[in-house]
Design a protein around this ligand. Structure first.
Ligand code: SF4
Ligand code: SF4
Length: 344
C-alpha cells in the first residue's frame, strides 16, 4: 500500500506572498516550510518518497503529523470556527482619584456584559482608591485583571504589590513612568510585575506590531479569521466616562452614565472596524503572519482607508524582511497625521 505523510488535525499551512508557514495550535509551534512546501498536496498531505525521508523524519519528530495509508478526506479535517456568546469580552477602564462618572454604575454594566478580562488604569496613585476599585470586582465574573499604576516610590509600590498579589483575579501589574524597564515574574502564582519607563497609558504607544507580540494559540488564530482580533469584544471607558472601542479611537460611542447594556451592544455592532479580518486588510492579506499578529485599525498607513495596513508594522511580506517602521519615508505622512513624530 502507498504511504502518505499527513498533518495532524491541529496543524495547518498559511501562505504569504513570499514565505509559507506551518503552524500547530496544540503545541503552539510555527515552522517555516517555504523551501519544501511544494511537496504538499492540498496543503495537508504528501506521498512518502525515499528522497523525502529527512523532511518526513523531522516533521514526525516535531509532531506535525504522521504516516498513514488512508489520507483523511478534506471534509473531515478540523475547521476553525471562532464564536463567543459575549459582545464585550475585554474592558479597559480609567480611574482618577475621583471619577467623572458613576463608578459603581460602570462596574454594574461591566458585570452585566459578562466581561472576562478587565484592565484597570489608574491615572493618579492612591492606595485608598485602589482598594475601593478592587472591592467592586470582589464578587465579579471577571477572570483576569491587569492593573496599571503610575510609578511612585518603591515603598508604595511594594504596598500595592502586597495587596494585588493576594487578589486571585489580578495577574499583571504595570508601573508606568518607572525609572527603568524590568519585570518580576512569579511563575508559581502566575503573577507578574512590570516596570515601564514609558507612559504606556498614552494611547499613541499602542498598536506596535512585532514578532514578540505574536500569538499562535487557537483563540487568536481562529478569532483573526472571523473578526478583528484587537477590536472585536473590546470596550474602553475613559476617565470622563466616554465609551470608545479602544483608547486610540476618535469616535465616542456614548457616555457610561447614559449607556445601557442593550443600547451599547446595538451601538458597537455598527462599528465596522470590529469586524475587519486580516484577510481583508491591504498587504496583511498577503502576509504569512496574518493569523498570528495582532491588528491595529486606529493607526493605519493610509488614515483615510479603514482597510489599510497597520502603520506600526515594519514587515514587508513581499520581501520577507522587517524594517524600522518609524523611519520608513513612505509612512512619514501618516506618522505626522497621528502626531506620533514626537514620541520617544
Ligand atoms: S486598535 Fe490599535 S490602538 Fe486600538 S487597542 Fe488595538 S492596537 Fe491599540
Ligand atoms: S504585514 Fe500585516 S499581517 Fe504581516 S506582520 Fe505586518 S501587520 Fe501583521
Amino acid at each position: 500500500m502507498r504511504q502518505y505523510f499527513e498533518l495532524y488535525q491541529d496543524c495547518s499551512i498559511v501562505k504569504g506572498a513570499k514565505n509559507i508557514l506551518l503552524f500547530d495550535v496544540h503545541f503552539n509551534k510555527i515552522l517555516d516550510i517555504t523551501d519544501f512546501y511544494d511537496i504538499f498536496f492540498e496543503d495537508y498531505y504528501f506521498p512518502v518518497d525515499e528522497d523525502l525521508s529527512e523532511v518526513i523524519t523531522f516533521l514526525i519528530e516535531e509532531k506535525f503529523g504522521t504516516l498513514t495509508e488512508n489520507v483523511t478526506s478534506e471534509k473531515f479535517r478540523k475547521k476553525f470556527k471562532w464564536r463567543t456568546p459575549n459582545k464585550i469580552t475585554e474592558v479597559i477602564i480609567e480611574h482618577k482619584i475621583k471619577d467623572d462618572f458613576d463608578t459603581a454604575g460602570a462596574y454594574k454594566i461591566i458585570e452585566e456584559l459578562s466581561t472576562s478580562f478587565l484592565q484597570i488604569r489608574f491615572l493618579e496613585f492612591s492606595l485608598v482608591r485602589l482598594n475601593e476599585i478592587l472591592s467592586l470586582i470582589e464578587f465579579s465574573s471577571i477572570r483576569t485583571a491587569e492593573i496599571l499604576l503610575p510609578y511612585t516610590d518603591q515603598s508604595e509600590n511594594i504596598a500595592v504589590i502586597e495587596i494585588l498579589e493576594k487578589n486571585p483575579r489580578v495577574k499583571t501589574v504595570y508601573f508606568y513612568n518607572a525609572p527603568e524597564n524590568r519585570s518580576v515574574v512569579d511563575d508559581d502564582n502566575l503573577f507578574t510585575v512590570i516596570y515601564y519607563e514609558k507612559n504606556i497609558i498614552n494611547p499613541k504607544y499602542c498598536g506596535i506590531i512585532q514578532e514578540d507580540y505574536f500569538l499562535n494559540d487557537i483563540n487568536n488564530i481562529s478569532k483573526s479569521k472571523a473578526v478583528n482580533n484587537c477590536l472585536y469584544g473590546k470596550l474602553f471607558i475613559s476617565g470622563n466616562g466616554d465609551l470608545k472601542n479602544c483608547p486610540s479611537s476618535q469616535r465616542i460611542i456614548n457616555n457610561i452614565d447614559k449607556a445601557s447594556v442593550s443600547s451599547l451592544t446595538q451601538e458597537i455592532s455598527k462599528e465596522k472596524e470590529r469586524f475587519i479580518t486580516k484577510d481583508q486588510i491591504e498587504v496583511c492579506k498577503d502576509c504569512e503572519y496574518r493569523y498570528f499578529c495582532t491588528d491595529c485599525r486606529m493607526y493605519r498607513e493610509n488614515p483615510e482607508n479603514i482597510f489599510s495596513k497597520p502603520l506600526k508594522c515594519g514587515y514587508d511580506p513581499y520581501k520577507g524582511i522587517w524594517e524600522d517602521w518609524s523611519t520608513n519615508p513612505l509612512k512619514l505622512k501618516a506618522i505626522k497625521y497621528y502626531e506620533l513624530d514626537n514620541l520617544n
